[in-house]
Design a protein around this ligand. Sequence first.
Ligand SMILES: C[S@@+](CC[C@H](N)C(=O)[O-])C[C@H]1O[C@@H](n2cnc3c(N)ncnc32)[C@H](O)[C@@H]1O
Length: 270
Amino acid sequence: MNEKNRPFLKWPGGKYKLLDKILPKLPQSHTWVEPFVGAGAVFLNVNTEQAILNDINPDLINLYQLIKTEGNTFIDYASQFFNKKNNQEKKYYQLRTAFNESEDIVLRSALFLYLNRHGYNGLCRYNQKGGFNVPFGRYKNPKFPQQQLLYFHQKSQRATFTCKDYRQILKNLKKGSVVYCDPPYVPISESASFTQYSGKIFTWQDQQDLAQMAIDLSRKGIQVLISNHDLKPLREIYRDAKITSFDVARTINCNTQKRGPVKELLALFT
Ligand SMILES: C[S@@+](CC[C@H](N)C(=O)[O-])C[C@H]1O[C@@H](n2cnc3c(N)ncnc32)[C@H](O)[C@@H]1O
């Protein structure tokens, strides 16, 4: 793989490792739209004049907004939480509580970055009351992602960030925009649970609405690429699209015996 720009966050379902498969499928455009931006692996590696980047997670979008507008001032402030003393279980839980109790956007954003790099597997999970509840990650020496943050700051000057349900974003797009949708995956088996990034489950109805909106947009001259697992019911709802499929060595099961390649699909609505 050629040198690619890495996101500064770890993110469940992040597409950094799949960029070589995704980038060649993307049409060029002056306006790049990602309704499910997550860590932004794809956005960081496309050329575009402007970008509309959305995610339903307000902690993520507040953090992005601060990096865009405050740059070094915020990056320096956030870096102070990365030290040996803070990489201890007891301290991690204190800072997690401080995050959950704070309404200060700057402190919450810096701690969100700290939690992402010190929490278990880079998970982003909230309880029903909206409290971040990921356990301590036990990493030896979590690194502060200085270079990736600076690159994000630079690249985000052309981006507008929003925190809405994806339907709101897809409703108001201009002709010529290109949309890349990377929704939460459909669980691969009945026992696998839905991934929650914001305390709200992404349902089968949400997957169906997305597919229908992609059809409607392509009819208006807006091309849409969707990533998902390669599963029969998804192929069914993406039947109007051009589908490509490939193997991914991805961990999908806590039981290591059941780990194995999962097929991934890309559905292009043109
Ligand atoms: C698979 S991740 C995207 C990963 C991203 N492509 C990357 O490379 O990091 C899915 C994202 O969708 C967001 N999400 C979940 N439900 C949503 C909704 N209804 N509208 C918008 N975003 C949503 C989640 O917060 C999560 O960040």
